[in-house]
Write a protein that binds this ligand. Structure first.
Ligand code: GLU
Length: 292
């Protein structure tokens, strides 16, 4: 039997908060329970937000939590050719298209739909789908153009596979039997694969990395559960293996909402500065009641 491989994959866009600490500890707990290896991956393809000092802070905070990981750490910005290759594979099969519209043009098109009283599709995270259909897209060049955002053609992708849903294997606990569920990636619309300031978007980079690193079990927060269907679809299209997924409960803020770096959730660093004891913090985190 191959040894399970797990990974904690933070984005260095800010300091880690308690939600990340729980995720890292859950990954380690699952790795221990499964007798698996624990990898750390730095997901820094969002060039406009990723900063080197946040990477250093991630290492430092995780070490403070008492976690260790295998070296070398995979850093996504060092593997851009791998994502480009996957992107080209999708494009060359006619499953992706150039989507040069700017944010302003997208907002304008969405306003137009609203004015016409057309209820446009909204993804499970609350963002509207890309508002341009085949007819507005113009000629699709045979060669993938450089430096232009590229989107997945969701309808073409599902048609190519001859499916309307993808299967996802999930585990509730490290010792339970995996349960297979069918989920619908089309709820996410024509997702972005390469953006203006993102050589590869999250979904594209994650599936390439999980496969390259031989990840067998993905343990991460419940907020990332719904969009797993998109990752499963990309894995099928690219011929990559499907890991087993576990999405753990979230640490909620006092307002009952999920913690977020962008909304200034208290960083682990600032909590450490108050002199909080590591064991007390871990005990508190692991005992947090499950989120609904
Ligand atoms: N980089 C993602 C984040 O920080 C997590 C990705 C994953 O675990 O699949 O939210």
């Amino acid at each position: 039997m191959i040894q399970p491989v797990l990974r904690f994959a933070p984005s260095p866009n800010g300091y880690l908060h308690l939600g990340h600490a729980l995720s890292a500890l859950e990954c380690q707990r699952w790795a221990d329970a499964l007798g698996g290896r624990m990898l750390l991956r730095i997901e820094d393809t969002d060039i406009s937000r990723a900063r080197p000092h946040y990477v250093e802070a991630i290492f430092d905070d995780l070490a403070w939590l008492g976690l260790s990981w295998e070296e070398p750490v995979r850093v996504q910005s060092e593997h851009l050719e791998a994502y480009e290759k996957a992107l080209r594979l999708l494009y060359d099969q006619g499953l992706a298209y150039p989507a040069p519209a700017s944010r302003t043009q997208i907002a304008h098109a969405l306003d137009g739909l609203k004015t016409e009283g057309i209820a446009w599709h909204i993804d499970p995270d609350g963002s509207p789908h890309y508002p341009f259909g085949d007819r507005d897209r113009g000629e699709r060049p045979d060669m993938m153009p450089d430096d232009v955002p590229i989107r997945l053609d969701m309808a073409a992708a599902l048609k190519k596979l001859g499916i309307s849903k993808v299967s996802e294997k999930r585990l509730d606990t490290p010792t339970s039997a995996p349960v297979t569920t069918m989920t619908d990636p089309s709820l996410w619309g024509d997702i972005l694969l390469r953006g203006r300031d993102r050589p590869a978007t999250y979904h594209l980079a994650v599936v390439v990395d999980d496969a390259d690193q031989g990840v067998t079990h993905v343990v991460r927060g419940l907020d990332l559960g719904p969009s797993t269907s998109v990752q499963r679809l990309l894995q099928e299209l690219l011929g990559l293996p499907a890991p087993i997924y576990h999405h753990h409960r979230l640490v909620l803020g006092e307002d009952g909402r999920k913690l977020s770096k962008s909304e200034g959730a208290k960083s682990l660093r600032s909590l450490r500065r108050t002199g909080i004891a590591r064991d007390a913090l871990i005990a508190r985190l692991m005992a947090t009641p499950p989120s609904p």
